[in-house]
Design a protein around this ligand. Structure first.
Ligand SMILES: CC(C)(COP(=O)(O)OP(=O)(O)OC[C@H]1O[C@@H](n2cnc3c(N)ncnc32)[C@H](O)[C@@H]1OP(=O)(O)O)[C@@H](O)C(=O)NCCC(=O)NCCS
Length: 162
């Protein structure tokens, strides 16, 4: 992933949001937000898996990347995505796997800025599509998502293997 930065103004009069790649110095803050994210999903991600995820985020050879949104110098949210090849086009597809915004700053455009950042970067880098999924009942997130594109008709099948 490139180290590009994108500044976007929230709809409100709040300070601008800066979206950038995660770096090693972000680990402590990312872990706090990650803990909030896994708590939101009422799941316990084992410590070694979290460590592995963070290591892959920092590894430029990994297809996993993490963009952080900063407002007034404080990291307010993250988007973790996986870039992978696809069979229906020449360019890669991007799966937005994890999106989370600090509850204290929700509703201020941070989530929107994180998604818009991936769209902008994907267009510039020739990705075929950006896609993600959420629970049908996640109405807050879906209000944001519906403003980018309508949900499609696909349903998800997931066989747990481990
Ligand atoms: C979903 C989430 C990432 C949105 O982040 P956010 O920074 O609050 O989103 P934004 O401020 O960019 O919201 C944009 C839109 O979403 C809607 N929205 C967001 N929060 C809302 C709230 N609390 N009440 C009503 N609408 C809300 C609004 O329609 C808003 O539209 P607007 O920009 O026209 O006002 C955040 O709520 C979150 O982290 N939730 C918990 C984790 C989660 O659900 N992750 C996604 C899993 S797939």
């Amino acid at each position: 992933m490139s180290g590009t930065e994108q500044k976007s103004e929230a709809a409100s009069s709040q300070a601008p949001i800066c979206v950038r790649d995660a770096t090693a110095g972000d680990e402590a803050r990312w872990r706090v937000l990650w803990a909030g994210y896994t708590a939101f999903y009422e799941t316990d991600v084992p410590a070694d898996v979290t460590a592995h995820t963070w290591a892959r985020i920092l590894d430029p050879a990994s297809p996993i990347s993490c963009r952080l949104a900063e407002r007034e110098g404080r990291v307010a949210g993250f988007a973790v995505s996986v870039l992978h090849p696809g069979t229906w086009g020449h360019g890669p597809r991007c799966y937005l796997e994890d999106l989370f915004v600090d509850p204290k700053v929700r509703g201020g455009g941070v989530g929107r800025a994180l998604i818009q950042d991936l769209i902008t970067r994907g267009r510039a880098e020739g990705w075929i599509e950006l896609y993600w999924q959420t629970k049908a009942s996640n109405t807050v997130a879906r209000r944001l998502y519906d403003s980018f594109t309508p949900a499609d008709e696909f349903v998800r099948y997931c066989v747990q293997l481990a």
